[in-house]
Design a protein around this ligand. Structure first.
Ligand code: NAD
Length: 262
């Protein structure tokens, strides 16, 4: 490894276990010399995170529910106290009621719409503002999105709408924070076998379909997503902001399935 992240510190939000996209990103950043803090949601996830965080030498773990201002206040106060400043933040958080991640989008309830938008989109705006206060020398903010934001994907439903809002928020944040040399980008992986991914109706079929039809005939890997995050957080990403970078083996360029699968 080339120590691309040496001297840089950042917060990784959203590691639930070793299959989490956030973990793939954390590992890649740590392999390149980054110093990491982690946030986790509740004690059960904290127990799973502890050995992973220790394996990359992290000494900072904070319990954060992004719907709870007090936990966010405490998280960023801890970072300010420990580090003073930070260089990057990874937001790999999304949630929707599983019952509405199947069937027809038209059945979306007001309550779940609000909750999905709040956790999956607003939280990025919230943490971006908090992180920016600790980035006097500029920095890099990354969120995670999915192609169901702009192409109808069965069962993805309200999460597609939340991801469309998140991608738009990425562009608005990039513009607001650009003068402070803070870059804001989203990575859009193909389907991954994670806890959140498994909550979406027909997840296995989506996984198989993407693998069979993507130009590269593979699904994305945690390593490839992690490498993209390293690029965006390192100095090589210095002039990239407001971007949605696909790490989906090219699936997003398709207009229809491959001939061999028709
Ligand atoms: P995951 O289940 O490993 O991670 C989701 C994380 O969100 C968990 O750590 C969970 O604790 C956290 N979270 C949910 N509600 C929260 C709250 N209120 N407060 C704090 N944390 C909360 O799944 P993942 O697939 O690694 O998801 C990470 C991101 O990647 C999500 O934004 C997801 O939409 C996105 N993504 C996933 C896929 C996929 O197929 N799995 C594809 C593209 C994008």
């Amino acid at each position: 490894m080339a120590d691309l992240m040496k001297g840089k510190r950042g917060l990784v939000m959203g590691v639930a276990n070793e299959r989490s996209i956030a973990w793939g990103i954390a590992k890649a950043l740590a392999d390149e010399g980054a110093e990491l803090a982690f946030s986790y949601q509740g004690d059960a996830f904290g127990k799973r995170l502890a050995p992973l965080a220790a394996s990359v030498g992290s000494e900072v773990m904070v319990d954060v529910d992004v719907t709870d201002d007090a936990s966010l206040d405490a998280c960023f106060a801890t970072l300010k106290d420990k580090w003073g400043t930070m260089d990057f933040l990874i937001h790999a958080i999304a949630f929707s009621d599983k019952n509405e991640l199947t069937g027809r989008f038209i059945n979306t309830s007001r309550e779940n719409f609000k909750n999905s938008m709040c956790i999956s989109c607003y939280s990025f705006i919230d943490v971006a503002g908090r992180a920016a206060e600790l980035m006097p020398n500029g920095g890099s903010l990354i969120t995670l999105t999915y192609g169901g934001s702009n192409r109808v994907t069965p069962n993805y439903n309200v999460m597609g709408v939340a991801k469309a809002a998140l991608e738009s928020a990425t562009r608005y944040l990039a513009n607001d924070l650009g003068p402070q040399q803070i870059r804001v980008n989203a990575i859009s992986p193909g389907p991954m076998k994670t806890l959140a991914g498994a909550a979406i109706g027909g997840a296995r079929a989506t996984f198989r379909h993407t693998e069979a039809n993507a130009p590269l005939r593979t699904n994305a890997t945690l390593e490839a997503i992690g490498g993209t995050a390293v690029y965006l957080c390192s100095d090589y990403g210095a002039c990239t902001s407001g971007e949605i970078i696909h790490v989906d083996s090219g699936y997003h360029v398709l207009g229809m399935p491959q001939q061999e699968n028709l």
